[in-house]
Design a protein around this ligand. Structure first.
Ligand SMILES: [Cu+2]
Length: 70
């Protein structure tokens, strides 16, 4: 299992949080997603065999919620 916590500056409301949680949890291998509207922080957990930070980041960029760093 890999866990990563990062900031997504484009989070502005509860709708953003729902979108991120829904989209990321549909990514194969992702086991947990928690996003927070106030802190704009997202915590994602995935199994290393099927997902990766690269895939998580690409998906977030695709839906216009790019992570702040890396
Ligand atoms: Cu929003």
């Amino acid at each position: 299992m890999q866990t990563k916590t990062f900031r997504v500056p484009n989070i502005t409301c509860a709708h953003c949080v729902m979108t991120i949680e829904r989209e990321l949890s549909e990514l194969k291998g992702v086991t947990s997603v928690k996003a927070d509207e106030k802190t704009k922080m997202v915590c994602v957990q995935w199994g290393e065999a099927s997902a990766s930070w690269h895939k998580v980041r690409l998906l977030l960029e695709e839906i216009n919620y790019p992570p702040e760093s890396q």
